[in-house]
Write a new protein. Structure first.
Length: 293
C-alpha cells in the first residue's frame, strides 16, 4: 500500500490513485453484471407523456424505448425523416404508444411543432429529455474554428436551454413534471479530441442546477445524466480503432463500453416518482470513471 501511495503523491492526484488501485487489483471487464432488468417497472410511468429529442438511434432511442416500456406515451424526434419513421415503427412493434416528428432542435419552428405534436396527439407532456448534441469536428480547444465552436454551443447548450424554456409553461399546465438533460463524462474528464464538446457538456451541469432552483416551486424537477463512453456511432471518434478504444477505457474501472440501455435506465429513474426528492442533480453512469469538478 505504501508503494501505491507514493505513486499517488508523485502522480496527478486522485485520478491516478483511482487508476492505480484498480490496476493493482487486476480488475477484469464486468460484462455480465449490473445489467438492466427489462420491464422491471412496467407501469411506473403509466399515464405520462415524454418527449425525447435526438431519439431515432443510440442513447436517445434506448431512452424512448425504456420510458415506453414503463408505460409512458412517447414523442420521438430526429433531424432525418427516414430515421424517425424507422424508429417509430420499431417502437410501435414493441407495443409502445409513440409518435415521431422531424425536429432540428436549433430551429424554433421545428421545436414548436415538436411541442404542438405532443399537445395534439396526447394532450400535453410531463417529461422532457433533452438529448440532442453535435460534435462536428475533433480538435483541441485552442485549435477549434469559431464556426465549429458556435455550432456545438448552439445545439448542445442553447437549444437545451430553449427546449426547457419553451417546455416550462406546458409543464406548469400539467401541474408539474420532469426535465432531464443528457450531459457526458466528458463534462468532468475533458478528452483531448473533444475540446469544445467537453466544455458544452460541463455547461449543462450548471444549467441543470440553475433551472432546477427556479422551477422547483412549480413542482418541476430538473436533473441531468452524464453517460460514460457508450457503444454508439456518436462515440466512434474515440472508439473506432482498438488503440483508441484501449486509451478511452484506460480511465474506466469497469474496462468496458457502456450500453445505451444502461443510460436509459438511469433516465427512467430520474423522471419517475422514485426520484421524487431529487432535483438539480447529475447522475453519472460511467463504469466508475472519476467524475468530480
Amino acid at each position: 500500500m505504501q508503494s501505491v501511495l507514493s505513486k499517488f503523491h508523485r502522480g496527478n492526484g486522485m485520478l491516478n490513485f483511482h487508476r492505480i488501485i484498480f490496476k493493482s487489483n487486476k480488475m477484469k471487464p464486468l460484462n455480465q453484471h449490473f445489467t438492466c432488468t427489462k420491464n422491471f417497472h412496467s407501469t411506473r410511468l403509466k399515464g405520462k407523456v415524454a418527449i425525447v429529442t435526438a431519439s431515432s438511434e443510440g442513447i436517445g432511442f434506448a431512452i424512448a424505448k425504456r420510458l415506453g416500456d414503463e408505460g409512458a406515451s412517447i414523442i420521438i424526434s430526429s433531424r432525418k425523416e427516414a430515421n424517425v419513421k424507422k424508429a417509430t415503427e420499431s417502437l410501435r412493434g414493441e407495443g409502445i404508444n409513440v409518435e415521431g416528428i422531424v425536429c432540428h432542435v436549433s430551429d424554433a419552428d421545428q421545436r414548436k411543432k415538436l411541442f404542438d405534436t405532443a399537445k395534439s396527439k396526447f394532450g400535453g407532456f410531463d417529461i422532457l429529455v433533452s438529448n440532442a448534441a453535435v460534435n462536428p469536428a475533433v480538435s483541441p480547444v485552442l485549435e477549434t474554428d469559431e464556426v465549429v465552436w458556435d455550432k456545438i454551443f448552439d445545439v448542445n447548450v442553447k437549444s437545451a436551454w430553449l427546449l426547457a424554456k419553451e417546455a416550462y409553461p406546458e409543464l406548469i399546465k400539467r401541474g408539474g413534471g420532469s426535465i432531464v438533460f443528457v450531459s457526458s463524462i466528458a463534462a468532468y474528464q475533458p478528452m483531448e479530441p473533444l475540446g469544445p464538446y467537453s466544455i458544452s457538456k460541463t455547461t449543462l451541469l450548471g444549467l441543470t442546477k440553475a433551472i432546477a432552483y427556479e422551477v422547483v416551486r412549480d413542482n418541476i424537477r430538473v436533473n441531468c445524466v452524464a453517460p460514460g463512453i457508450v457503444a454508439t456511432k456518436f462515440s466512434s471518434a474515440i472508439t473506432s480503432s482498438e488503440a483508441a478504444k484501449e486509451k478511452s477505457l484506460s480511465i474506466v474501472p469497469m474496462k468496458r463500453l457502456g450500453k445505451p440501455e444502461e443510460i436509459a435506465s438511469a433516465v427512467a429513474f430520474l423522471v419517475s416518482d422514485d426520484a421524487s426528492y431529487m432535483t438539480g442533480e447529475t447522475l453519472v453512469v460511467a463504469g466508475g470513471t472519476y467524475a468530480h469538478l
